[in-house]
Design a binder for this molecule. Structure first.
Ligand SMILES: Nc1nc2c(ncn2[C@@H]2O[C@H](COP(=O)(O)OP(=O)(O)OP(=O)(O)O)[C@@H](O)[C@H]2O)c(=O)[nH]1
Length: 370
């Protein structure tokens, strides 16, 4: 038996305990790999007991054991504590009656006191003793050098297992930390997106009518231009202007004019589909984009708007003029379609207002719908 080294300082014991804690193994459930090691140790050394013992604060806890009566013992009853006094040497005591260890007296293997003990310290990569892989018997024994070497080899395997276990634990923690960080980032992104949309919503709406404003339309146009023309569908543009609106303002006042504008916007919104887009284009001009709608469909929408405007709950009557043009993304640019709708609107005004005029320079030959 080797001489005992001086007692560890409080600091080094704290560091040793921290090294063990990093494995988070104490009080864990049984694991086949560790059970196999103690079984092999028993077979190789021809003894009745073996254990993988870990020194935890004031107790020694067995990760795996065969033939040992307790599942943990207080540290002062532990043979393992003797073994780690010389952490780089295997402690072998052939006969504890001849070469006694204080702790051995009160330990039991199958109800009997141990006579033989051999313990190989298990070290952390930093060299801190964590516990032992030990074999014991109720009879005196003498291990052949090859058996001691095998036991030491098994202890090395146990250390590898411990490392592997710790690495897996760290990986798991890293993974969940990464998942948590990804979740937080996703929540932040969603919140940012929500706030951005809110901001866009308020920035892109005309406060008086609630319709989209011109900036929003420009943004949509830019977005459309980025897409392949073949992916875009034909559409119609409907340009609406309130007739003699200046007179409405002059006769009934600006506030009444505002109400009239709101009523026309409501009439437009009520007459179009969700997929259509209405924009307050100028002072009293409204532009409506009707994707996938042909001229005849757009003319129907225009009539519906006129009817609703005629029934608007206002103390005075108002009318609107509407110009319509069809656009084909494969053939023309949106500006060209807009110009044709504008010209149709001009004709509607010139022809006496309160009417719908469909652009006749493309698919239709001049259908005045006024
Ligand atoms: N009340 C109100 N008036 C507005 C608003 N925006 C523009 N206007 C007015 O709309 C009027 C538009 O007048 P004009 O462009 O001369 O056309 P109009 O009187 O509608 O005549 P036609 O379009 O030829 O039928 C102007 O008097 C603007 O001041 C608004 O937000 N509220």
């Amino acid at each position: 038996m080797s001489a005992r080294v001086p007692a560890q300082t409080n600091d080094s014991e704290a560091a040793r305990q921290a090294a063990l804690d990093a494995y988070a193994i104490v009080d864990s459930g049984p694991e086949q790999a560790f059970d196999d090691i103690v079984r092999l140790a028993v077979t190789l050394c021809g003894v009745c007991a073996a254990s993988i013992s870990l020194i935890d604060r004031d107790r020694v806890w067995f990760k795996a054991q065969i033939g040992v009566d307790q599942s943990q013992v207080s540290r002062d009853l532990s043979l393992c504590s003797h073994a780690i006094d010389q952490p780089h040497r295997t402690l072998v005591i052939d006969d504890l009656d001849i070469d006694p260890l204080p702790a051995a007296k009160r330990r039991r293997l199958g109800g009997r006191p141990p006579r033989f003990y051999a313990g190989v310290p298990l070290l952390s990569p930093d060299g801190y003793p964590l516990g032992t892989l030990s074999v014991a018997d109720v009879e005196p024994r003498h291990l052949a050098p090859a058996q001691i070497e095998s036991l030491e080899l098994l202890a090395r395997q146990t250390q590898h297992l411990l490392e592997l276990r710790r690495l897996m634990l760290e990986q798991g923690q890293l993974l969940s930390a990464r998942e948590a960080a990804a979740r937080t980032a996703e929540q932040a992104r969603a919140e940012l997106q929500r706030r951005h949309e809110e901001l866009m919503q308020s920035a892109s709406r005309d406060p008086l009518t609630g319709l989209l404003n011109r900036a929003a339309m420009e943004e949509m146009l830019a977005e459309t231009r980025r897409r392949d023309p073949s992916e875009r569908m034909p559409y119609t543009l409907l340009l609406l202007d309130i007739d003699h609106f200046k007179l409405v303002n002059d006769l009934h006042g600006h506030l009444a004019g505002d109400n009239a504008l709101r009523a026309v916007a409501d009439a437009v919104t009520a007459s179009i589909r969700k997929s259509d887009i209405a924009v307050r284009f100028g002072g009293e001009e409204i532009l409506v984009y009707l994707p996938g709608t042909a001229l005849d469909g757009a003319a129907e929408v225009a009539y519906r708007i006129r009817e609703r405007v005629a029934r608007a709950p206002l103390p005075f009557a108002i009318t609107v003029s509407i110009g319509i043009a069809a656009g084909d993304p494969m053939r023309d640019r949106p500006e060209q379609t807009f110009d044709r709708a504008d010209q149709a609107l001009y004709r509607a005004k010139a022809d006496g207002r309160d009417r719908v005029v469909v652009d006749d320079t493309q698919q239709f030959d001049g259908i005045g719908l006024g």
